[in-house]
Write a protein that binds this ligand. Structure first.
Ligand code: SF4
Ligand code: SF4
Length: 298
């Protein structure tokens, strides 16, 4: 039998959910637990769904691989709830706690925790990557770690990131703020005497042996952005301010999803059906001609 707490993180490439899982894992390890932490990557692509798995126990952990029946699921943005490539609620138990970063009212019974963590991140650090700190701290709070343990996990992981001292301090403030917010959340109950979770052999064998063309046809196919509905991944929207544009077309060249076309006057035109919001265009534009707006869905 097993007393292992299973936590599954769901995010999009670039949102920092791998780091969030590491923050939780480090915090629990520093608190004296046995910890396992592993991500899945598959076909890497900024904005594409990914998952990371953390197991926390008091004794040796006998399980390996993906977590199929989580006690806690952390979702970095609510568009993942509708993305069949992510399926964050798959395998949820009746008592699974689901933590979602969202501005929307959600209906996920019975143990839902949701808040606009992105707003807290933007206000506190101004860097969307700090979502890893916010959700790592939130998960630490939910599984019952104390504030010092939570902050130790954040410090441990941020020490390995190329952040200056000012940003590290802001991230610690953010972690404190999220931890405080969690004072009203019901903690995730610690499991007792559950069966050891064994991965379904078919899942592991199929992924390991199938060629990429068969296992991930929608990713493998060229020009698949419209089929993959990459516009639904977007959290931030680039908006062109034409008066600043010198028509150098660098954005057109850099866009990884071919979401930018040129209009009849050779100004860039973004297709929001395809634009995944990676903001490479805004980053590379020499004249800062793209304004960045947060995408808020009703
Ligand atoms: S238009 Fe800009 S933000 Fe959208 S996918 Fe292309 S580079 Fe990324
Ligand atoms: S990179 Fe900037 S200046 Fe160049 S075409 Fe695109 S928006 Fe215009």
């Amino acid at each position: 039998m097993s007393e292992v707490l299973r936590i599954r993180f769901h995010g999009r490439g670039g949102q920092g959910m791998k780091t969030a899982s590491r923050i939780l894992g480090s915090a629990a390890f520093d608190a004296g637990f046995v910890v396992q932490d592993s991500p899945t990557y598959g076909a890497e692509r900024r904005g594409a769904p990914l998952a990371a798995f953390v197991r926390i126990g008091r004794e040796s952990i006998l399980e390996r691989g993906a977590i199929e029946r989580p006690h806690l699921v952390v979702v970095s943005d609510d568009t993942l709830l509708d993305d069949p490539g992510a399926a964050p609620l798959a395998g949820c138990r009746e008592d699974t706690t689901v933590l979602v970063n969202s501005t929307r009212e959600l209906n996920i019974p019975p143990r839902l925790v949701h808040a606009d963590f992105t707003a807290m991140v933007l206000e506190r650090t101004g860097r969307v990557e700090s979502l890893s700190t916010a959700l790592g701290a939130a998960a630490s709070r939910l599984i019952g770690l104390d504030l010092a343990e939570c902050l130790a996990g954040v410090e441990h992981e941020l020490a390995q990131a190329s952040l200056d001292a000012g940003q590290r301090a802001l991230n610690l403030e953010l972690a404190r703020e999220v931890y405080e917010l969690g004072s009203s959340w019901a903690p995730v109950p610690w499991p007792e005497d559950e069966a050891v979770e064994t991965a379904t052999p078919a899942v592991l064998v199929e992924l390991a042996l199938d060629p990429a063309r068969r296992a991930t046809p929608s990713v493998y196919a060229s020009a698949n952005s419209p089929a993959r509905r990459t516009g639904s991944w977007r959290q931030f929207r680039p908006v062109l301010e034409p008066e600043k544009c010198n028509r150098c077309w660098l954005c057109f060249v850099w866009c990884p999803e071919a979401a930018i076309a040129l209009d009849e006057n050779e100004f860039p035109q973004v297709s929001y059906d395809v634009c995944k919001g990676c903001l490479l265009c805004a980053h590379e534009c020499p004249t800062q001609a793209f304004r960045v707006e947060r995408e808020v869905r009703a």
